[in-house]
Design a protein around this ligand. Structure first.
Ligand code: NAP
Length: 487
């Protein structure tokens, strides 16, 4: 058995940021438990063709770990993954990493006042548990009738099989989210025939990606304030978008731009009609792409808008009864977000799992801590997602909160803290109130932002600087202190 001051689960942006900041705070007694055999989180798992960040890399990186030589405005996946691996070395996290350690269960021991974490390599105990497991880490594959009978190749975008050659194949893509939007234009060039099964079209704006000239990279390296300035400008431009989410009329102009984007790329009026969303822009994630529509206009592509009725061994039958022969199905069908599997593995003070406490509608104080779950800190927990900017900024604020809590535990000689139930309930009410009238709840779409009760339990309904102001400071008045166990 191993005991540590802090156990961090996950080694994506959240885990690495936590590790780096713990080391900076001279807290060295921690481990990063990672179920995979490498670090990187979603940037390790998503290797689909064309995978790249849709937030500019100057911003989509840790504020305290700039990378002056990003190759493109929107860095490709492999470069972001290398960046994260570089951060592990840069911040001396290697000795803290426990790769191939899958967490089976984490339970709060109220006697010992500590977390017991069962892993594939035995038991770990920790004073504090940080769940940096990511909100988009567990792929969701819909239970389509007959799927188990499909005899061709089936894969999810986040588990791409690069050993499977798509050339000359008839490929069905299911889904039109941010992932499909990126891989579809790349695979369209290789496959014999591509069928896009579209349930809901996305609003897509031009991305305007570009390479960052080596001369500019040298300037950023020699003169870091220049990169900080660019980061600041990107940050402010993105924050301006948040106004649009909260005041939907502002997004109307962007919606006109997106409509023109369809008209410019798609000549066929029937296809244009299919691709034009019927909900207000912003209700689902706004996608950025320069090649999605041009790819859909190619002669080897068909957009099927009839629902999928069933799957046969070599075909997909749609609701209109048409049978489409396919060799491969690619699921761009997203992730378990509001039904995060990790929530079923964490048991709090009363033995209840987080999933049971949430009952389908995740709730946490400041998206970070949960009443009944002492010394548990969630990174990118409920209401911390953003539809407009980099979630890395949210993670950094949450890690500040964690460090504040650790200082408080030390100075007050406490075993644990947990948010007061009434403080958490007030916060949740505030989230609900502030989500009312936003485009996410009133835009006329169904999205993974809303949980099965219809609440927005994923996105922060505001600016990221207001999140930072609220979350970075740990206020002991909001918490119940649990004294050290008498020895
Ligand atoms: P997603 O946005 O959840 O999209 C899933 C898609 O699958 C939707 O179009 C959905 O249709 C469709 N779908 C699900 N079940 C279906 C069914 N039974 N039949 C037909 N269609 C079905 O997933 P994602 O594209 O993987 O993106 C998830 C999130 O990951 C994004 O929103 C974003 O936050 C993140 N992401 C980020 C980047 C980046 O560049 N930073 C890239 C990729 C992903 P409906 O719309 O009708 O529900």
């Amino acid at each position: 058995m191993h005991h540590h001051r802090v156990i961090v689960v996950g080694s994506g942006f959240g885990g690495i940021c936590t590790g780096a900041r713990l080391r900076e705070a001279a807290i060295d007694d921690f481990v990063l438990l990672e179920r995979a055999d490498a670090v990187g989180g979603v940037w390790r798992d998503n290797t689909y063709p064309g995978c790249a960040c849709d937030v500019q890399s100057h911003l989509y990186s840790l504020s305290f770990a700039p990378k002056p030589d990003w190759s493109r405005a929107y860095a490709p996946q492999a470069e972001i993954r290398r960046y994260l691996e570089g951060c592990v070395d840069r911040f001396g996290l290697q000795p803290h990493l426990r790769l191939g350690h899958e967490v089976h269960e984490a339970r709060w021991d109220d006697e010992a006042k500590r977390w017991e974490v069962e892993t594939s390599h035995g038991l770990f105990t920790g004073d504090v548990l940080v769940a940096a497991v990511g909100a988009l880490s567990d792929p969701a594959i819909p239970q389509l009738p007959g799927l188990e009978r499909f005899a061709g190749k089936a894969m999810h975008s986040a588990r791409w099989d690069h050993g499977y050659d798509l050339r000359g194949k008839r490929v069905a893509v299911i889904g039109t989210g941010a992932s499909a939007n990126q891989f579809l234009p790349v695979i369209q060039r290789e496959v014999q025939r591509l069928l896009l099964f579209q349930r809901t079209p996305a609003w897509v704006l031009p991305r305007h990606d570009r390479t960052i000239a080596p001369a500019l990279q040298r300037i950023y390296r020699a003169f870091p304030p220049a990169q900080r300035l660019v980061r600041g400008l990107v940050y402010l431009t993105r924050e301006a978008l948040a106004v649009g989410f909260l005041q939907p009329w502002i997004l109307r102009r962007a919606q006109r731009l997106a409509t023109r984007n369809i008209a410019r790329s798609i000549g066929d009026p029937a296809l244009r009609e299919k691709l034009t969303p019927r909900y207000r822009m912003g209700c689902k994630r706004i996608l950025l792409s320069d090649d999605y529509y041009p790819a859909l206009a190619q002669p080897n592509v068909e957009v099927v808008t009839d629902a999928i009725r069933e799957i046969h061994a070599h075909s997909i039958v749609d609701a209109a009864g048409t049978e489409h022969e396919v060799d491969c199905i690619v699921f761009g069908t997203g992730f378990h977000v509001t039904d995060l599997p990790f929530a079923r593995q964490v048991r709090g003070r009363e033995g209840r799992t987080l999933a049971a406490a949430w009952a389908g509608s995740p709730k946490a104080y400041l998206g970070t801590t949960v009443a009944g779950f002492p010394n548990l800190f969630l990174l990118l927990g409920p209401n911390t997602g953003t539809g407009h900017t980099s979630v890395v900024t949210m993670i950094e604020s949450q890690v500040d909160h964690l460090l504040g809590a650790l200082r408080h535990l030390d100075t007050q000689n406490l075993a644990a803290v947990e948010p007061r139930a009434e403080v958490q309930a007030d916060f949740v009410r505030e989230m609900d109130r502030r989500s009312e009238g936003t485009v996410w709840t009133s835009g006329g779409c169904e999205s993974w932002y809303l949980d099965r009760t219809g609440r927005n339990s994923t996105l922060w309904p505001g600016f990221t600087f207001s999140f930072k102001r609220r979350v970075e400071r740990f206020d002991p008045a909001d918490y119940r202190g649990i004294p050290e166990r008498r020895r």
